[in-house]
Design a protein around this ligand. Structure first.
Ligand code: ZN
Length: 157
């Protein structure tokens, strides 16, 4: 499940909820930054972008270079390898949709393969587990904001 910890923002000094893992949270917004709250981080990002200081951006592009089944297989292998350790990078989340009378849930996760970051997401009926949307697979790409184009896969250094 998604891990949330409390942190104190280095700018405004409020205590905020920091989301450790990458999966998306429907409805509630958490800061994914470990130093700054959501509001400060957004202000900072906007200011940096407006001044042309931010040069690259991680963008999620739809892809068909890998299938959902392949992602699940890889995920299972990675989980197996990590067994017995306390480290869990990947999380799975099922979030019931409040605005849909709790009949649907969102399944979404990220998988890293060969240093490429993939994500999948879909919705399904809570009771029947039948899919109500297509499975969407995205891959993290690096966008050059100056040239306004994708220049390759995103790599975390
Ligand atoms: Zn703040």
């Amino acid at each position: 499940m998604t891990k949330i910890v409390q942190r104190r923002c280095k700018y405004c000094q409020i205590i905020y909820a920091h989301k450790l893992s990458g999966s998306r949270t429907m409805g509630r917004k958490y800061s994914t930054n470990e130093d700054y709250c959501l509001e400060c981080y957004e202000i900072m990002q906007t200011a940096l972008k407006e001044r042309g200081i931010v040069k690259r951006e991680k963008v999620w592009e739809k892809t068909d270079e890998i299938t959902y089944e392949e992602l699940l297989r890889e995920q299972a292998e990675q989980r197996e390898k990590r067994k017995g350790t306390m480290i869990s990078i990947l999380t799975r989340m099922c979030v019931p949709l409040m605005n849909n009378e709790m009949t649907q849930e969102v399944i979404s996760d990220r998988v890293e393969i060969d240093r490429k970051e993939y994500s999948y997401s879909f919705r399904r009926d809570i009771k029947t587990k039948k899919l109500t949307t297509e499975i969407e697979i995205h891959v993290a790409m690096e966008k050059d904001l100056i040239e306004n184009k994708i220049i390759g896969y995103w790599r975390d250094i």
